[in-house]
Design a binder for this molecule. Structure first.
Ligand code: IPE
Ligand code: IPE
Ligand code: MG
Length: 253
């Protein structure tokens, strides 16, 4: 039996974000080079993207490369960038066939030129699709994003186009890379680390966090169902009391 049968399809998270971790250790455990783990990780990406599209999830954000990951050995960074270019090139028609719209958050300018081109083309090619929104976090870090937003706001105030008193949470959010994207409701991190590693620090304020020991290259459809099931068994209170939440649910049903 698949865990899918246990899911409440009416209460799926609207936005799932995944910190895809553990590729290097997965490869080392098999006596292989770290890059082998990244290659195998692409299979998991394909599987999870497809599963989310099938389920009708609105947004899937995948943390693929952080600002700090640039400090890894050149060999590994180059290997990951090459893998990225090849994967986008190979997958773009399948993405489109599945009505998936690709976007990116992060510092596009940091990517090698060929990678930027492939990304821009794939984003344009899928821009009219109306199914799953696949958001790739590449050369992304939340501190980079937040400092950038603060700079842009300061500039607009200086130009006289923004009144400091008009900066509400909604206005602030419009300056982030994720403008227009709802906050993630479920965040999954694979491979046993229980930290956020500079990912969406503002947007995760009320996200449900799910940590699993499974390494990313082993994380597939059933693991995702397990995470969603776990999410569906939690009570999200947003600062209120349990009684208030239950009363509200009774009114709705
Ligand atoms: C995640 O796997 C992929 C990237 C960060 C690019 P890692 O490469 O971090 O794998 P571990 O954590 O070293 O096992
Ligand atoms: C976080 O993984 C970034 C991505 C998955 C892309 P890391 O492996 O870079 O994080 P740390 O260094 O263990 O915190
Ligand atoms: Mg890691």
């Amino acid at each position: 039996m698949s865990l899918k049968d246990k899911l409440d399809l009416q209460r799926l998270p609207r936005h799932i974000a995944i910190i895809m971790d553990g590729n290097g250790r997965w490869a080392k455990e098999r006596g292989q080079d770290r890059l082998y783990g990244h290659h195998e990780g692409v299979e998991s990406v394909r599987n999870i993207v497809e599963t989310c599209a099938e389920l009708g999830i609105g947004y899937l954000t995948l943390y693929a490369f952080s600002t700090e990951n640039w400090d890894r050995p050149v060999y590994e960074v180059n290997g990951i960038m090459e893998l990225l270019v090849n994967t986008i090139r190979r997958e773009v028609t399948t993405l489109s066939k599945n009505n998936i719209r690709l976007t990116m958050i992060g510092d596009m300018n940091m990517l090698p030129p060929q990678c930027q081109r492939e990304m821009e083309e794939a984003i344009a090619f899928t821009s009219q699709n109306t199914g799953l929104n696949l958001v790739m976090a590449l050369s992304y870090s939340a501190r980079w994003e937040i400092v950038n937003a603060a700079r842009k706001i300061a500039q607009d105030v200086k130009n006289g186009t923004l009144d400091p008193l008009a900066v509400t949470p909604a206005v602030w959010e419009s300056y982030l890379c994720t403008a227009g994207i709802p906050d993630p409701e479920l965040v999954i991190r694979t491979s046993g680390e229980c930290r956020i590693s500079n990912f969406l620090l503002y947007q995760l304020a009320y996200a449900e966090l799910y940590f699993t020991d499974t390494r990313w290259p082993d994380f597939r459809q059933e693991n995702l169902y397990q995470a969603i099931l776990n999410f569906q068994n939690r009570e999200r209170r947003f600062g209120k009391t349990s009684e208030q939440i239950q009363q509200n649910e009774e009114i709705i049903s």
